[in-house]
Design a protein around this ligand. Structure first.
Ligand code: PEP
Ligand code: MN
Length: 249
C-alpha cells in the first residue's frame, strides 16, 4: 500500500486522466499515454455525482475490471472517487488512493468510512466550504493520510466555472500543515486556462495538480470543454518542472 508521504515524493504530484471512465479501451489508451509521459497517477471515476439525473452517471461497477487491467498493465497509481460507503471495499486491491469529490465533502458517514480505511485520501473542497469545514472534513478522513485539493469555489466572479482560491490553498498549507493540490480543470471550466492556472499553483509552492486529460478530448462524455489533450498536458508538466526548479533549485 502506498502512503501519503510516498505519494508526495513526486514533486509536484500530477494526477491526470479523463473526467469519467467510458470504456476499457479509452482508459487503457489514456493510461499508457500518461505512463509514457512520466505521469505517476491516474484519475479514474466510475461513479459521477451529477446535477441532473438524466446526465451520464458514470459507468459504475462494470468499470472495476477495466481499472484492474490498467493496474496490471501499467505502474500508475490508481486514484478513484468514492461516492458511497459500499464502494470502499469494492475498490480494495484496485484503488491505491481514495478521493472524495466536492459534493461529498460533508457527507460525514462517507468521510468516516474512508477515514477507517488505511489508504491515503484526496479531499476536494466543497463548492462553498469555509476553511474550518474543509479542515474539519480532513479530520474525519484522517489528518495524517489526507491530501487536500482546492478545485475552485463559487464566488461573484461569473466569467469562469469556479474561482481557484489559491489564497485558501496556501492557508491550508501554512496554518494547517496540510499538503494541497489544485484542480485547474474544474476551476476554469475551459482548456485555455489550464496551463496558466497550473503554473500559478506550482509557482505558489503548492504540492501538485489534478488535470483532466484525454487522448481525444472531444470524445469526453463529461467536462469536455475543460479536458486537454496529451500534448498540452506534456507541455504543462515540462513547464511546471521548470518553474519548480527555478524557484527551489
Ligand atoms: C471531477 O473531478 O471530475 C469532479 C466532479 O470534481 P469535483 O468533485 O471537484 O466537482
Ligand atoms: Mn470532471
Amino acid at each position: 500500500m502506498i502512503s501519503r508521504n510516498e505519494l508526495l515524493e513526486t514533486k509536484p504530484l500530477i494526477i491526470s486522466g479523463p473526467c469519467s471512465v467510458a470504456s476499457e479501451k479509452q482508459i487503457l489508451e489514456i493510461a499508457i499515454e500518461l505512463e509514457s509521459m512520466g505521469v505517476k497517477a491516474i484519475r479514474c471515476q466510475l461513479w459521477k455525482p451529477r446535477t441532473m439525473p438524466e446526465s451520464f452517471q458514470g459507468i459504475g461497477e462494470e468499470g472495476i475490471s477495466w481499472i484492474k487491467r490498467v493496474k496490471k498493465e501499467t505502474s500508475l497509481i490508481i486514484v478513484m472517487e468514492v461516492t458511497d460507503k459500499d464502494q470502499i471495499s469494492k475498490l480494495k486491491g484496485v484503488a491505491d488512493v481514495l478521493w472524495i469529490g466536492a459534493r461529498n465533502m460533508q457527507n460525514f458517514e462517507l468521510l468516516k468510512a474512508v477515514g477507517n480505511d488505511p489508504r491515503p485520501v484526496i479531499l476536494k473542497r466543497g463548492l462553498i466550504s469555509t476553511m474550518k469545514e474543509w479542515i474539519g472534513a480532513a479530520h474525519y478522513t484522517g489528518i495524517d493520510k489526507t491530501i487536500l485539493c482546492e478545485r475552485g469555489i463559487r464566488t461573484g466572479a461569473d466569467s469562469t466555472r469556479f474561482t481557484l482560491d489559491i489564497n485558501s490553498a496556501l492557508v491550508a498549507k501554512y496554518d494547517h500543515n496540510m499538503p494541497v493540490l489544485t484542480d485547474p480543470s474544474h476551476s476554469a471550466g475551459r482548456r485555455d486556462l489550464i496551463a496558466p492556472l497550473s503554473y500559478a499553483s506550482i509557482a505558489a509552492g503548492l504540492d501538485g495538480l489534478i488535470i483532466e486529460s484525454h487522448t481525444n478530448p472531444d470524445e469526453e462524455l463529461v467536462d469536455r470543454d475543460q479536458t486537454i489533450d496529451m500534448r498540452m498536458l506534456s507541455e504543462i508538466i515540462s513547464n511546471v518542472n521548470k518553474i519548480r526548479y527555478s524557484l527551489n533549485g
